[in-house]
Design a protein around this ligand. Structure first.
Ligand SMILES: NC(=O)c1ccc[n+]([C@@H]2O[C@H](COP(=O)([O-])OP(=O)(O)OC[C@H]3O[C@@H](n4cnc5c(N)ncnc54)[C@H](OP(=O)(O)O)[C@@H]3O)[C@@H](O)[C@H]2O)c1
Length: 118
């Protein structure tokens, strides 16, 4: 696996997570990359001085093949997309095809919790 951590989506939360990883005290011990569906947003984010050398990948979560292929390159995925009730389950499901694999997100959307436990 070429990378340790994937930050999936680079909206408000994804940017905060990316900056926290970039300035982490153990930064030299892990690699990470950013993924989003908008190339222009990825380019804007990596123009931030703290994120300038971070690799980026374009992916839409609705694209099963691309998402699976991307996730398989990482040990950990931090899911920062919105609309978890629609978008988190595919990420979890596709992730189970790669091993080892760890999934994190910021579950503030209770509908997705309910959906995943049905
Ligand atoms: N904002 C907060 O203070 C906060 C705090 C804790 C937890 N959270 C949780 O974090 C999650 C994200 O919130 P946010 O405020 O960061 O939202 P946001 O700024 O709207 O970011 C959401 C990201 O999801 C991406 N996205 C949407 N559909 C996608 C798809 N089909 N494929 C790939 N990417 C897609 C969006 O991409 P585009 O930019 O291309 O639209 C955007 O970058 C929410 O579940 C929220 O409950 C937020």
């Amino acid at each position: 696996m070429p990378f340790d951590i994937l930050v999936l989506s680079v909206g408000y939360t994804g940017l905060l997570v990316s900056k926290a990883l970039a300035s982490h005290r153990n930064r030299s011990k892990f690699t990470f990359a950013l993924a989003g569906r908008s190339i222009s947003k990825l380019q804007r984010i990596t123009s931030d001085p703290g994120l300038i050398d971070i690799p980026t990948f374009q992916v839409d979560i609705g694209d099963e093949v691309a998402l699976r292929s991307l996730i398989s390159q990482f040990k950990v995925v931090i899911n920062c997309t919105s609309r978890y009730y629609q978008l988190s389950l595919p990420v979890v499901r596709y992730g189970t095809y790669s091993s080892p694999y760890v999934y994190f997100d910021y579950l503030l959307e209770l509908a997705s919790v309910r959906a995943s436990t049905i």
